[in-house]
Write a new protein. Structure first.
Length: 181
């Protein structure tokens, strides 16, 4: 955790965007910048896993969504109904998956997915037309590409996973796109 000093007007803006009285400026900033929540990996026994799966309410729910509901923790703070979702391909990704099933991007039809390539090699997302058309060019190192999410999509329930066109099917990209409410 780092401490930064910000101007009062920026602080006041962040506080004005709070969804609850006790929401921290750090969480507000993360949400306003469309950054995914930090994640932790835990091990659960088979019974707990199957229980959680049985509590899934819709295809786009993450384990955290289910746990928030089951533990009465309130709404999911990182889902934005509209706007831009920014995803960074991390430096050193190479031919590996861009993210994991557990850290899947959650978005809504109509959002714009901005992919920023922080890696030293080019990447290109392969789709079969969903949740957006297949891109024809690579995203160069330090480059970006924008994609309007056009159709619902569930990375965990499809026979057509998204993956890095240049690296092959083992370099997956996990995203769940919800329909418009």
């Amino acid at each position: 955790m780092k401490t930064i000093e910000i101007d009062r007007d920026v602080y006041n803006y962040l506080i004005s965007k709070a969804t609850t009285a006790d929401e921290s400026p750090s969480l507000i900033l993360r949400r306003e910048l469309h950054m995914p929540q930090p994640t932790e990996t835990i091990e659960v026994d088979d019974d707990t896993y199957h229980y959680l799966v049985s509590k899934t309410a819709n295809f786009a729910e993450s384990p955290s969504d289910i746990l928030r509901r089951e533990l009465n923790l309130g709404a999911d703070p990182h889902h934005e109904p509209t706007g831009e979702i920014v995803f960074h391909i991390l430096a050193g990704t190479g031919a590996q998956s861009w993210n994991t099933r557990e850290s899947a991007i959650v978005a809504t039809v109509g959002n714009t997915l901005r992919i920023v390539n922080d890696d030293s090699v080019a990447h290109r997302l392969h789709t079969d037309g969903s949740p957006f058309p297949h891109h024809s060019t690579d995203i160069p190192p330090e480059g970006t590409a924008n994609f309007v999410l056009q159709t619902p999509y569930d990375s965990t329930a499809t026979n057509h996973p998204l993956y890095d066109h240049d690296a092959g099917t083992n370099a997956q990209f996990w995203i769940n796109v919800r329909p418009l409410p």
